[in-house]
Ligand binder design. Structure first.
Ligand SMILES: Cc1cc2nc3c(=O)[nH]c(=O)nc-3n(C[C@H](O)[C@H](O)[C@H](O)COP(=O)(O)OP(=O)(O)OC[C@H]3O[C@@H](n4cnc5c(N)ncnc54)[C@H](O)[C@@H]3O)c2cc1C
Length: 482
C-alpha cells in the first residue's frame, strides 16, 4: 500500500504513510476510499456542478463511532477536512481538494416515536426520506422545499419551509443532538446538557463539530394539505404582488405562500403558448383543515386572471417534492440572497425588471415567506439571529453551459445590488455562495461574538473550517485554506 499525499488545514502537504492509512481503515466500519476506489466519484459528488473537488481520502461513515475515529485522525494529522451530509450547500463546502471528506450520506436511520411525537434522525437522511417515514404516522417537522436536500446541513443553518410560519425553523423543533467535537468526543446537547453547544449548533452551521444524530419534535400534518400553484403572466405581477403582500397579512399561520418569477417551464397544465414566457408563480400551502384552506385561499385565487390554478388537496409528501424538477442536481448554480421585512413597491418593480431579462430558462427569483413561527422566538435564543426577516429572496442563478457563467452570475449580482436598498442587511448562512465571505459576519449578526467564544472552546484550531466559518484561528496566525 502506497503513502498518501494529503493537504493539511494550514495549507501544506503531509504524507499519510501506509501504516497510518491502514490503521484508519481498520477502525472504520463503513468504507475508506481513495481516487482509485469504485465509489469515489459517487461519494465526492455535490449538488452544485460548479464544484468538482477531489479529496485525497473519503471516509463513508456507517456510525457515530466512524465519525469519532475520522475526527481523531484528521486532528492527529492536521488534515483539511470537509463534511458532507446531503451535499446541497451552494458554496460546495461538502467536499474538498486534497483533504479528507467525512461522508455521512449513508447514515440514513429515522426512528419515529409516534406517541411522544419525536424522531431521531441520522445526518445522511434527505428531506424526502424523513417525510416518508414521519408521514407514515401523520407527522412532520419544518424542513425545506426540495426533497433531496440534506436534513443535517439545512437544520444546522436554521432551516425553513412550508411549515415554518406555523411551527418555526427546523432548529426551533430540535430537542437534542449528538455532536462529535474537534477533540473526537461525542457530546449529547440539549437545553439541559452542554447547553452552550446546543445553542451554537442551532444556526452556527458545522462550525463546532459533526452532528451524528438530530432529535426533532413532530407535529400532526396531513396526510393531505391544500396546496398548489397559481400562475400569472409577468405583466400582471405588479398588481398581484401588491395584492399578495396585503392579503397575506389577513391570513393565519397555517397559510403560506412563496412566489417565484421565472420563464414558464413546459408544465402540462399550462397552455403551450405560455411555455418559455416570463411568469409569476404563487406556491400555496395550507397545513390546517382542507375546508378552512379552501375558504382562506379564495381571495388570492380570485384575484386577477391567472393563466393556471392547480390548487387542491394533495398528499403532504407529494407537495414536498413539487419544486424538485426545477432544482435538479448537476446544474451550474450561483445564488444571491437577501432578507426583507416587507415586499415594498420599489422591490416589486426591481424584481419585475430583472425577471424580464432572466438569462437562462432554469434561472429564477424565489421568495420564501417566514412569519410568526420564526419571529415569536427571541433572536438570542439560538445562534440563528435574523428572525425579523419576513421574506428571504434567493436568486437561483442556474444554467448548464459554462459558457454562460459570466452572463448568469452577472445578472444575479446586479439584481442583488439593485435590491439591496430594500433589504435588512441580514443573510442566511445556508444560502451564501463561496465568494460571499464578506457576508458571513452579517449572517451571524448580533450573535457573532458569542459564536466566536464557543468556537474557541469547542474547535480552537478551526478544524471545521470548510463552512460559513467563524474565524478565530486566523487571528492566531493560522491561515485560512481556500
Ligand atoms: C435545491 C435546494 C433547495 C433548498 N431549499 C431550502 C429550503 O427550502 N430551506 C432552507 O432552509 N434551505 C434550503 N436550501 C439550503 C440548504 O439548507 C443548504 O444547502 C444546506 O447546507 C443543505 O444541507 P446538506 O446536508 O444537503 O448539505 P451539505 O453540503 O452536505 O452540508 C452543508 C454544510 O453543512 C455542514 N454539515 C453538513 N452535515 C453536517 C453534520 N452532520 N454535522 C456538522 N456539519 C455538517 C458542512 O459544513 C457542510 O459543508 C436549499 C438548497 C438547495 C440546493
Amino acid at each position: 500500500m502506497a503513502d498518501h499525499r494529503v493537504k493539511t488545514y494550514t495549507g501544506e502537504e503531509t504524507i499519510i504513510n501506509a501504516e497510518a492509512f491502514d490503521k484508519l481503515k481498520g477502525r472504520i466500519r463503513g468504507r475508506v476510499l481513495t481516487g482509485e476506489s469504485e465509489q469515489y466519484d459517487e461519494a465526492r459528488k455535490l449538488w452544485n456542478a460548479m464544484y468538482d473537488k477531489r479529496p485525497a481520502i473519503i471516509v463513508r461513515c456507517a456510525s457515530a463511532a466512524d465519525v469519532m475515529h475520522s475526527v481523531a485522525f484528521v486532528g492527529e494529522h492536521r488534515v483539511l477536512v470537509a463534511v458532507k451530509s446531503g451535499g446541497h450547500h451552494i458554496a460546495g463546502n461538502g467536499s474538498c481538494d486534497g483533504g479528507l471528506l467525512i461522508d455521512l450520506s449513508l447514515m440514513k436511520s429515522v426512528h419515529v416515536d409516534a406517541q411522544k411525537m419525536t424522531a431521531r434522525v441520522e445526518p445522511g437522511v434527505l428531506l424526502g426520506e424523513f417525510d416518508h417515514d414521519a408521514q407514515a404516522f401523520g407527522l412532520a417537522t419544518p424542513l425545506g422545499i426540495n426533497s433531496t436536500t440534506g436534513v443535517a446541513g439545512l437544520t444546522l443553518g436554521g432551516g425553513f419551509g412550508w411549515l415554518s410560519r406555523r411551527f418555526g425553523l427546523s432548529i426551533d423543533n430540535l430537542i437534542s443532538a449528538e455532536v462529535v467535537t474537534a477533540s473526537g468526543e461525542l457530546l449529547k446537547v440539549s437545553e439541559t446538557e452542554n447547553k452552550d453547544l446546543f445553542w451554537g449548533i442551532r444556526g452556527g452551521g458545522g462550525n463546532f463539530g459533526i452532528v451524528t444524530c438530530f432529535e426533532f419534535r413532530l407535529h400532526k400534518v396531513g396526510p393531505e394539505v391544500l396546496s398548489g400553484l397559481i400562475i400569472h403572466p409577468l405583466d400582471a405581477a405588479k398588481d398581484v404582488l401588491r395584492f399578495y403582500r396585503d392579503f397575506m397579512k389577513t391570513t393565519p399561520q397555517e397559510f403560506v405562500c412563496w412566489f417565484v418569477l421565472r420563464k414558464a417551464p413546459p408544465l402540462p397544465f399550462l397552455a403551450p403558448e405560455w411555455h418559455g414566457k416570463e411568469i409569476l408563480a404563487l406556491a400555496v400551502c395550507y397545513s390546517g383543515s382542507l375546508k378552512d384552506g379552501e375558504r382562506i385561499a379564495k381571495p388570492l385565487r380570485s384575484f386577477g386572471k391567472p393563466i393556471a390554478d392547480i390548487i387542491g388537496p394533495m398528499p403532504y409528501v407529494g407537495w414536498q417534492t413539487i419544486l424538485d424538477p426545477l432544482l435538479t442536481p448537476g446544474m451550474r448554480n450561483y445564488w444571491k440572497s437577501h432578507d426583507f421585512k416587507e415586499v415594498s413597491d420599489g422591490l416589486i418593480d426591481t424584481l419585475i425588471s430583472f425577471a424580464r431579462k432572466i438569462p437562462d430558462p432554469q434561472t429564477e427569483i424565489a421568495f420564501a415567506q417566514l412569519g410568526e413561527g420564526v419571529t415569536r422566538i427571541p433572536k438570542e435564543a439560538t445562534a440563528y439571529t435574523h428572525r425579523d426577516a419576513a421574506f428571504v429572496m434567493n436568486v437561483h442563478g442556474r444554467w448548464d453551459n459554462s459558457a454562460n457563467d459570466s452572463k448568469c452570475i452577472g445578472w444575479a449580482r446586479e439584481l442583488f445590488n439593485e435590491a439591496t436598498p430594500y433589504a435588512t442587511g441580514g443573510a442566511y448562512v445556508n444560502f451564501l455562495t463561496q465568494d460571499e465571505q464578506d457576508r458571513v459576519r452579517a449572517a451571524y449578526g448580533s450573535n457573532y461574538d458569542r459564536l466566536v467564544s464557543l468556537k474557541k472552546k469547542y474547535d480552537p484550531n478551526n478544524l471545521f473550517r470548510l463552512n460559513q466559518n467563524i474565524e478565530t484561528a486566523s487571528k492566531q496566525g493560522i491561515s485560512k485554506v481556500a
